[in-house]
Design a protein around this ligand. Structure first.
Ligand SMILES: [Zn+2]
Length: 285
Protein backbone atom coordinates (compact mmCIF):
# COMPACT_ATOMS: atom_id res chain seq x y z
CA UNK A 1 0.00 0.00 0.00
CA UNK A 2 1.28 3.43 -0.89
CA UNK A 3 1.70 5.76 2.07
CA UNK A 4 3.73 8.49 0.36
CA UNK A 5 3.78 9.97 -3.11
CA UNK A 6 7.15 10.08 -4.86
CA UNK A 7 5.68 12.60 -7.32
CA UNK A 8 5.84 15.14 -4.45
CA UNK A 9 9.61 14.57 -4.22
CA UNK A 10 9.98 14.95 -7.99
CA UNK A 11 7.94 18.17 -8.03
CA UNK A 12 10.09 19.69 -5.29
CA UNK A 13 13.26 18.73 -7.18
CA UNK A 14 11.97 20.24 -10.43
CA UNK A 15 11.01 23.45 -8.61
CA UNK A 16 14.55 23.87 -7.24
CA UNK A 17 15.98 23.36 -10.74
CA UNK A 18 13.75 26.16 -12.04
CA UNK A 19 14.92 28.47 -9.23
CA UNK A 20 18.70 28.17 -9.30
CA UNK A 21 21.26 28.20 -12.08
CA UNK A 22 23.77 26.70 -9.68
CA UNK A 23 21.70 23.52 -9.47
CA UNK A 24 21.86 21.07 -12.37
CA UNK A 25 20.98 17.46 -13.00
CA UNK A 26 24.20 15.53 -12.64
CA UNK A 27 22.62 12.22 -13.50
CA UNK A 28 19.10 11.03 -14.18
CA UNK A 29 17.52 7.73 -15.07
CA UNK A 30 14.12 6.08 -15.06
CA UNK A 31 13.27 2.84 -13.33
CA UNK A 32 10.09 0.80 -13.83
CA UNK A 33 7.17 1.61 -11.56
CA UNK A 34 4.48 -0.84 -10.50
CA UNK A 35 2.44 1.77 -8.70
CA UNK A 36 -1.28 1.34 -9.34
CA UNK A 37 -1.91 5.07 -9.66
CA UNK A 38 0.86 5.77 -12.13
CA UNK A 39 1.04 2.33 -13.67
CA UNK A 40 3.33 2.14 -16.64
CA UNK A 41 5.06 5.41 -15.84
CA UNK A 42 8.63 4.95 -14.69
CA UNK A 43 10.07 6.56 -11.57
CA UNK A 44 12.64 9.25 -12.44
CA UNK A 45 15.75 9.10 -10.26
CA UNK A 46 17.84 12.22 -9.75
CA UNK A 47 21.32 13.08 -8.62
CA UNK A 48 21.72 16.87 -8.50
CA UNK A 49 24.87 18.98 -8.60
CA UNK A 50 25.27 22.34 -6.89
CA UNK A 51 28.13 24.48 -8.12
CA UNK A 52 29.79 26.73 -5.53
CA UNK A 53 30.98 30.19 -6.52
CA UNK A 54 34.54 29.15 -5.76
CA UNK A 55 35.64 26.59 -8.29
CA UNK A 56 38.15 25.08 -5.88
CA UNK A 57 35.61 24.33 -3.15
CA UNK A 58 35.31 20.80 -1.82
CA UNK A 59 32.76 18.37 -3.22
CA UNK A 60 30.35 16.74 -0.77
CA UNK A 61 28.11 13.79 -1.62
CA UNK A 62 24.80 13.42 0.24
CA UNK A 63 22.54 10.44 -0.35
CA UNK A 64 19.30 9.25 1.21
CA UNK A 65 16.36 6.92 0.87
CA UNK A 66 18.11 3.74 -0.26
CA UNK A 67 15.93 2.14 2.42
CA UNK A 68 12.36 3.21 1.74
CA UNK A 69 11.24 3.13 5.37
CA UNK A 70 13.74 5.82 6.44
CA UNK A 71 12.05 9.00 5.21
CA UNK A 72 13.65 11.67 7.44
CA UNK A 73 16.91 11.32 5.49
CA UNK A 74 15.01 11.96 2.25
CA UNK A 75 13.33 15.03 3.71
CA UNK A 76 16.66 16.39 4.97
CA UNK A 77 18.29 15.88 1.54
CA UNK A 78 15.40 17.65 -0.24
CA UNK A 79 15.48 20.53 2.26
CA UNK A 80 19.23 20.86 1.63
CA UNK A 81 18.53 21.14 -2.10
CA UNK A 82 15.79 23.71 -1.45
CA UNK A 83 18.07 25.77 0.79
CA UNK A 84 20.78 25.72 -1.87
CA UNK A 85 18.28 26.72 -4.57
CA UNK A 86 16.97 29.63 -2.56
CA UNK A 87 19.37 32.48 -3.25
CA UNK A 88 18.20 34.39 -0.18
CA UNK A 89 18.38 31.62 2.34
CA UNK A 90 21.06 29.22 1.24
CA UNK A 91 22.89 29.63 4.50
CA UNK A 92 21.43 27.42 7.18
CA UNK A 93 21.73 29.61 10.24
CA UNK A 94 25.29 30.82 9.92
CA UNK A 95 26.50 27.77 8.01
CA UNK A 96 27.55 28.64 4.44
CA UNK A 97 25.98 25.77 2.49
CA UNK A 98 26.63 27.56 -0.81
CA UNK A 99 30.39 27.63 -0.22
CA UNK A 100 30.64 23.97 -1.20
CA UNK A 101 30.04 21.89 -4.29
CA UNK A 102 27.39 19.26 -3.71
CA UNK A 103 26.19 16.05 -5.27
CA UNK A 104 22.84 15.16 -3.76
CA UNK A 105 20.97 11.95 -4.47
CA UNK A 106 17.83 12.50 -2.36
CA UNK A 107 15.66 9.42 -2.82
CA UNK A 108 17.30 6.31 -4.22
CA UNK A 109 14.46 3.82 -3.69
CA UNK A 110 11.16 5.42 -4.77
CA UNK A 111 9.26 2.13 -4.71
CA UNK A 112 10.21 1.53 -1.06
CA UNK A 113 9.69 5.20 -0.18
CA UNK A 114 6.08 5.18 -1.43
CA UNK A 115 5.29 1.99 0.51
CA UNK A 116 7.46 2.64 3.58
CA UNK A 117 9.39 -0.60 3.06
CA UNK A 118 13.14 -1.19 3.19
CA UNK A 119 13.49 -3.08 -0.10
CA UNK A 120 12.93 -2.20 -3.76
CA UNK A 121 10.24 -3.65 -6.06
CA UNK A 122 12.27 -6.85 -6.50
CA UNK A 123 12.43 -7.33 -2.72
CA UNK A 124 16.15 -6.52 -2.58
CA UNK A 125 17.97 -4.60 0.14
CA UNK A 126 19.73 -2.18 -2.22
CA UNK A 127 22.32 -1.33 0.41
CA UNK A 128 23.78 -4.82 0.07
CA UNK A 129 24.02 -4.81 -3.73
CA UNK A 130 27.16 -2.77 -4.37
CA UNK A 131 29.53 -5.63 -5.14
CA UNK A 132 28.03 -5.69 -8.64
CA UNK A 133 25.90 -2.53 -8.76
CA UNK A 134 24.55 -3.15 -12.27
CA UNK A 135 22.34 -5.98 -11.05
CA UNK A 136 19.75 -3.38 -9.94
CA UNK A 137 18.64 -0.21 -11.74
CA UNK A 138 18.84 1.83 -8.53
CA UNK A 139 22.41 0.82 -7.65
CA UNK A 140 23.46 1.14 -11.31
CA UNK A 141 22.23 4.73 -11.13
CA UNK A 142 24.14 5.41 -7.90
CA UNK A 143 27.38 3.91 -9.23
CA UNK A 144 27.05 5.86 -12.49
CA UNK A 145 26.46 9.08 -10.54
CA UNK A 146 29.61 8.46 -8.51
CA UNK A 147 31.67 7.45 -11.52
CA UNK A 148 30.52 10.54 -13.42
CA UNK A 149 28.83 8.86 -16.38
CA UNK A 150 25.93 11.02 -17.36
CA UNK A 151 23.00 9.70 -19.35
CA UNK A 152 21.61 11.34 -22.48
CA UNK A 153 18.34 12.65 -21.07
CA UNK A 154 19.90 15.20 -18.74
CA UNK A 155 17.73 18.29 -19.13
CA UNK A 156 20.06 21.13 -18.24
CA UNK A 157 23.66 21.48 -19.35
CA UNK A 158 26.30 21.43 -16.64
CA UNK A 159 27.66 24.85 -15.86
CA UNK A 160 31.12 25.77 -17.08
CA UNK A 161 33.11 24.90 -14.00
CA UNK A 162 31.71 21.38 -13.73
CA UNK A 163 32.61 20.46 -17.29
CA UNK A 164 36.18 19.52 -16.54
CA UNK A 165 37.51 16.30 -15.12
CA UNK A 166 35.63 14.65 -12.32
CA UNK A 167 36.24 16.33 -8.99
CA UNK A 168 37.08 14.00 -6.13
CA UNK A 169 34.43 13.64 -3.44
CA UNK A 170 36.01 14.69 -0.15
CA UNK A 171 33.19 13.67 2.15
CA UNK A 172 30.19 11.39 1.72
CA UNK A 173 27.16 11.40 4.00
CA UNK A 174 24.58 8.64 3.69
CA UNK A 175 21.38 9.44 5.59
CA UNK A 176 19.57 6.51 7.21
CA UNK A 177 17.18 5.77 10.07
CA UNK A 178 16.88 2.88 12.52
CA UNK A 179 13.54 1.62 13.84
CA UNK A 180 15.26 -0.46 16.56
CA UNK A 181 17.31 2.37 18.07
CA UNK A 182 16.21 4.77 20.77
CA UNK A 183 18.92 7.28 19.93
CA UNK A 184 21.10 8.73 17.17
CA UNK A 185 24.33 6.98 16.17
CA UNK A 186 26.60 6.78 13.13
CA UNK A 187 28.95 4.50 11.24
CA UNK A 188 32.29 6.11 10.40
CA UNK A 189 34.05 4.48 7.46
CA UNK A 190 37.58 5.81 6.97
CA UNK A 191 41.19 4.77 6.49
CA UNK A 192 43.41 4.52 9.57
CA UNK A 193 45.34 7.59 8.35
CA UNK A 194 42.17 9.66 8.16
CA UNK A 195 41.41 11.57 11.38
CA UNK A 196 38.08 10.68 13.03
CA UNK A 197 35.18 13.15 13.06
CA UNK A 198 32.34 10.92 14.31
CA UNK A 199 32.67 11.96 17.95
CA UNK A 200 32.39 15.65 17.07
CA UNK A 201 29.22 14.95 15.08
CA UNK A 202 27.62 12.96 17.91
CA UNK A 203 28.54 15.69 20.40
CA UNK A 204 26.64 18.28 18.37
CA UNK A 205 23.58 16.06 17.90
CA UNK A 206 23.53 15.24 21.64
CA UNK A 207 21.08 17.55 23.35
CA UNK A 208 18.87 17.75 20.30
CA UNK A 209 18.11 14.05 20.52
CA UNK A 210 19.22 11.07 22.59
CA UNK A 211 22.38 9.17 21.60
CA UNK A 212 22.43 5.39 21.35
CA UNK A 213 25.26 4.29 23.69
CA UNK A 214 24.54 0.56 23.67
CA UNK A 215 27.95 -1.20 23.57
CA UNK A 216 26.97 -3.30 20.55
CA UNK A 217 24.85 -2.41 17.52
CA UNK A 218 24.37 -5.15 14.91
CA UNK A 219 27.36 -6.94 16.47
CA UNK A 220 29.63 -3.93 15.96
CA UNK A 221 31.33 -2.06 18.80
CA UNK A 222 29.55 1.22 19.45
CA UNK A 223 31.59 3.84 21.31
CA UNK A 224 29.22 6.57 22.51
CA UNK A 225 27.29 6.64 19.26
CA UNK A 226 30.19 6.00 16.86
CA UNK A 227 30.87 2.68 15.15
CA UNK A 228 34.19 2.83 13.34
CA UNK A 229 34.72 0.75 10.21
CA UNK A 230 38.39 1.00 9.31
CA UNK A 231 39.79 0.30 5.85
CA UNK A 232 38.26 -2.74 4.24
CA UNK A 233 35.83 -3.94 6.88
CA UNK A 234 33.44 -6.33 5.17
CA UNK A 235 31.11 -7.28 8.02
CA UNK A 236 28.33 -5.02 6.76
CA UNK A 237 28.34 -6.58 3.28
CA UNK A 238 28.45 -4.54 0.07
CA UNK A 239 26.89 -1.29 1.27
CA UNK A 240 27.11 2.09 -0.41
CA UNK A 241 29.57 3.09 2.33
CA UNK A 242 31.89 0.25 1.38
CA UNK A 243 31.57 1.12 -2.31
CA UNK A 244 32.44 4.75 -1.50
CA UNK A 245 35.49 3.63 0.49
CA UNK A 246 36.79 1.04 -1.96
CA UNK A 247 35.72 2.32 -5.38
CA UNK A 248 35.51 6.09 -4.85
CA UNK A 249 38.21 6.41 -2.18
CA UNK A 250 36.27 8.74 0.02
CA UNK A 251 35.48 8.81 3.69
CA UNK A 252 31.86 8.25 4.62
CA UNK A 253 29.57 8.79 7.57
CA UNK A 254 26.37 6.76 7.67
CA UNK A 255 23.96 8.68 9.89
CA UNK A 256 21.15 6.89 11.75
CA UNK A 257 18.23 8.69 13.40
CA UNK A 258 15.67 6.75 15.49
CA UNK A 259 12.35 6.52 13.63
CA UNK A 260 10.48 6.48 16.96
CA UNK A 261 11.37 10.16 17.51
CA UNK A 262 9.25 12.96 16.10
CA UNK A 263 9.67 13.95 12.45
CA UNK A 264 11.21 17.42 12.79
CA UNK A 265 13.73 16.30 15.44
CA UNK A 266 15.00 13.54 13.13
CA UNK A 267 15.39 15.97 10.22
CA UNK A 268 17.14 18.52 12.45
CA UNK A 269 19.51 15.80 13.75
CA UNK A 270 20.48 14.90 10.18
CA UNK A 271 20.93 18.55 9.24
CA UNK A 272 23.18 19.30 12.23
CA UNK A 273 25.16 16.09 11.65
CA UNK A 274 25.76 17.02 7.99
CA UNK A 275 27.03 20.49 8.89
CA UNK A 276 29.23 19.30 11.75
CA UNK A 277 30.77 16.61 9.58
CA UNK A 278 31.64 19.19 6.90
CA UNK A 279 33.14 21.57 9.47
CA UNK A 280 35.42 18.88 10.86
CA UNK A 281 36.29 16.94 7.71
CA UNK A 282 37.09 19.77 5.30
CA UNK A 283 39.59 22.57 5.40
CA UNK A 284 38.27 25.87 6.81
CA UNK A 285 36.89 28.27 4.24
ZN1 LIG B 1 19.05 2.26 6.30
Amino acid sequence: MRVRNYADVVNRILETLRKSEHLTIWHQTHIPSTSTRIKGLPYPLYCLHYTAKQNSSSLIYVSAGIHGDEPAGVECAIRLIELLADGEQHNFGTFPLDAYNWLISPCDNPYGYERNIRENAAGLDLNRMFEIPNRCPETTFIAESLQRKRCADTQKPLSQNTMGRRQAIELALDLHEDSDSDGFYLWERRTSQCFPIGNAVVKNVDGLCAINREPLIENHRNENGVITLLNKVTTKGWTRGRYLAEQVNTRCLILETPTQLDWETRIAAHMIAVQTAIKHALKPL
